[in-house]
Design a binder for this molecule. Structure first.
Ligand code: ADP
Ligand code: MG
Length: 449
């Protein structure tokens, strides 16, 4: 008879290396975790130094709240976190980190050193982890308030994984992408990036929306700045804001797509689908839009604990989120004028903008009030009726089917039409309606030939 397999607890070094398998894929994943920790520590300045595509060294220095001697030792043990205490905290988590496994995981597959000085402490402490995963004793060290984490020789003790690393250039591209993701989402933090001693990015703190846009230009390029629209729409407890490309600007790849849920960068199929649906009518299907978009909603409505890498989320009401994102963007895009002229109050040349100048989403100038509803308005209402799809008419009463938008009763500020139908009142944006009618006509004409 064969002996029963014996069950044994794994040594902690191995447990950490298994976790590292999910968290640490390449130097860029280390950078992501370290940046998140610095952001969570309330840093206002973060400096990243990389060597050899991060394979030789990734170092992140911040001026955040730092750690005292005791926290330093704890931070490197598994599932030690200062960010959550209970299941309830997890549901409402607002920090980037919460799993307490990044530092020990990274320390188990590299040569790892943390130096930190807590606010109010007389000096800093430094702790290194050797190749077998043993942390030494914290040693007194010199460091301003804040933390520097240094990861060297990634995968030096796991040669099988080291083989999966690519060229210095490829690894650097991944690192830069992670850097951009954080820099775009945290304008109140200054970011610097050095590679092999060379300064690659130097992003100053952005105080105003104009400065934030300037940072986006520095990160994504001036073209995007000249061809973008500001989005800021709030519905209930959800808000979608940021910048999206006008149809005149598109890319062959998805390389300029940045979406954040509660300021956490995510790759989410549902969101991507909602966005491409919004662009479907205005962009060739092989072209990709560019965007930097933030979806803010109560943390309890989104589950961020789906993957150890924390780049996936699950929404509690995913259909509602999909509709909100898709409709908001679609509406904004239907307001764009052909020709791509910037007309939404955003400066196309942010360099010429006054510092601190506010940026608004719309700059309609109200016209004097008009009492009479001009004939043209009635025509527009009828044309709009024609746009209504059969599915929209399905549940309408027969009278409403004739004129689902009802009858125009007033024109407001020369911008809106107030109409009345069987179900109530409707406000139509004349400018948007006119655009839509011309656009649908053009589409119909194109379909004919
Ligand atoms: P998590 O971020 O999920 O809490 P980590 O392993 O990334 O887990 O970090 C463990 C703990 O170490 C954090 O909860 C935090 O208290 C502390 N820590 C890590 N990095 C920093 C930093 N840059 N500044 C201050 N504290 C830090
Ligand atoms: Mg963390």
């Amino acid at each position: 008879m064969a002996a029963l397999p014996e069950i044994k607890l794994l040594p902690s070094q191995l447990v950490n290396q298994i976790a590292a398998g999910e968290i640490v894929e390449r130097p860029a994943s280390v950078l992501k975790e370290l940046l998140e920790n610095s952001i969570d520590a309330g840093a206002s300045q973060i400096t990243v130094e990389l060597e050899n595509g991060g394979m030789r060294r990734v170092s992140v220095r911040d001026d955040g709240h730092g750690m005292d001697k005791q926290s330093l030792a704890l931070a490197l043990s598994r599932h030690a976190t200062s960010k959550i205490r209970s299941q309830e905290d997890l549901v409402n988590v607002t920090t980037m980190g919460f799993r307490g496994e990044a530092l020990p995981s990274m320390a188990s597959v590299s040569r790892f050193t943390v130096t930190s000085r807590a606010r109010g402490a007389e000096h800093a402490w430094q702790l290194s982890v050797d190749g077998r995963g043993h942390a030494g004793q914290p040693e007194p060290s010199a460091h301003p308030v804040g933390t520097t984490v240094e990861m060297a020789d990634l995968f030096f003790n796991t040669p099988a994984r080291r083989k999966f690393l690519r060229t210095e250039n490829t690894e650097f591209q991944h690192l830069e992408r992670r850097f951009r993701e954080q820099a775009l989402a945290h304008p109140a933090i200054g970011f610097r990036l050095f590679h092999n001693g060379r300064a690659v990015h130097n992003l100053n703190v952005a105080h105003s929306e104009v400065e934030q846009l300037r940072r986006i230009g520095e990160v994504l390029g001036k073209e995007f700045i000249a061809q973008n629209m500001r989005i800021d729409v709030e519905v209930g407890d959800m808000r979608l804001h940021g910048w999206i490309s006008r149809p005149a600007y598109s890319r062959s790849q998805r390389d300029q797509q940045y979406f954040y849920v509660n300021h956490r960068f995510v790759r989410d199929k549902l969101i991507m689908h909602a966005i491409s649906q919004a662009y479907r009518d205005v962009l060739h299907h092989q072209r990709q839009p560019a965007f930097v978009l933030f979806l803010d909603l109560p943390p309890s409505r989104v589950d961020v604990n789906v993957h150890p890498g924390k780049h996936e989320v699950r929404f509690r009401e995913d259909r509602q989120i999909h509709g909100f994102v898709s409709q908001t963007l679609k509406r904004s895009l239907s307001d764009t004028r052909p020709g791509g002229e910037v007309d939404n109050g955003l400066m196309s040349h942010p360099d010429q903008a006054e510092p601190g100048q506010g940026v608004t989403a719309f700059n309609y100038t109200p016209q004097p009030f008009q009492h009479n509803v001009p004939l043209q308005v009635r025509e527009q209402i009828q044309s709009l009726d024609a746009l209504y799809s059969p599915q929209d008419k399905a549940d309408a009463t027969p009278a409403a089917v004739d004129h689902p938008l009802g009858y125009a009763i007033a024109q407001l500020h020369g911008i809106y039409i107030l109409a009345q139908n069987q179900r109530g009142m409707i406000v139509v944006d004349m400018h948007a309606a006119h655009e839509r009618i011309s656009y649908e006509r053009m589409k119909a004409a194109l379909d004919k030939d």
